[in-house]
Design a binder for this molecule. Sequence first.
Ligand SMILES: *Cc1c(COP(=O)(O)O)cnc(C)c1O
Length: 460
Amino acid sequence: MTDVNLDQTADWKRNDHRHYMHPFTDHKELGEKGGTRVITRAEGVYIYDSEGQQILDGMAGLWCVNLGYGRQELVDAAARQMQELPYYNSFFQCTHPPAIELSQLLSDLSPGQFNHVFFTGSGSEANDTQIRLIRRYWDLKGQPDRMTIIARKNAYHGSTLGGASLGGMSAMHEQMVMPVPGIEHIEQPYPFELGADLSPEEFGLQQARLLEKKIQEIGAEKVAAFIGEPVQGAGGVIIPPDSYWPEIQRICDEYGILLVADEVITAFGRLGEWFGSTHYGIRPDLISFAKGVTSGYLPLGGSLVGDRVADVVIASGGEFAHGYTYSGHPAACAVALENLRILQREKIVEKVKERTAPYFNERWAGLGDHPLVGEARSLGLVGAIEIVRDKDSRERFHKDQGAGPRCRDFCISNGLVMRAVGDTMIVSPPLIFGKEHIDELVEKAWKCLDLTQQSLESAP
Ligand SMILES: *Cc1c(COP(=O)(O)O)cnc(C)c1O
């Protein structure tokens, strides 16, 4: 049995290397390092590889498997829908129950100004849709010169041309012909990297006012919108000071520009509220969602369209010339409906806020005592630790030493998924994490920080 599995694993790895081009992967380096880990099944908060190792999933897949693995109701919802109506489009005056019911439920769950939903297949497509909606809105308002969307450096808004252009990832921009025209970036609110000399309050205001400066530089009559993730995810779980978002809201209001919250990670309970915007008390005009809406069981994303935009784009008449073959895919919508109903029925968002997150935040903060850790921060159920050479000066290890990737590799071989963004280690566990899982996560993280420290000392 064991031998068969090992043969099979070797086969898979060989063919993976030969044929499967992975997202965001250096294949040459991967081949040299012995290839991929084959994940074959998962249950609850654990994934299992083809060699039988059990691994605690500290990232909920990729920020999405919020209900954990193996939820039969989600499987049944997909199977039922696939038998009844696996696919139909809603382009040509047709519709179907799952998309109707899901748009109704999303309107109920989201802040009051949201009563319409445009469905996509992913978060990237959701943000591309936002670009289209923003432009359409200002066109119909008779202000077509309002073309520029302001976003932030080190933001992640997806990997399509539109999403990656909104995003502020320099490594991605370097490989594109260009960020598409009409998108400008301001500096991010990253206290650990950029805010050492100021109080959090002052730093938050200072970074928010970069938006105002940028608007004045471009000319308010040319600015269409601002987009941001309430908490930057892929950039390294960057949690802005509390003063940041209210000031952004003030500036958007003052200059009349649309506010877009990319809630692909923060929606549906991640920060202990149904929407991250609620946590920060902002009133976005558009919200992007994806990931957690189906707990990742099927791909689905979309734009929540606030009344300010809907009242113009819908009420003005004329076709909004935009849509995807899989907009409102019935099976994906059926899974999302069931997923959201489970979150409601089991009061998971409330549990995150009242119990899981406070315990996680307290235990996570304890990692700040480790000699390698310059900061341990968390909010709701996302967390980050900054690996540093020197705690006081926040001096980093040299990039070539790969402290973060080392730590990540120790984690996975010790049964924990914790992601490395440079030397920032991040987690985003399933919302169903119990106390025992948080204990296991923190204990394994500490042990792997020890191993990382030893390895940096013995082979810098
Ligand atoms: C993941 C992510 C996206 C992109 O979603 P995809 O489904 O991968 O296209 C966009 N925005 C944020 C904030 C994300 O985390």
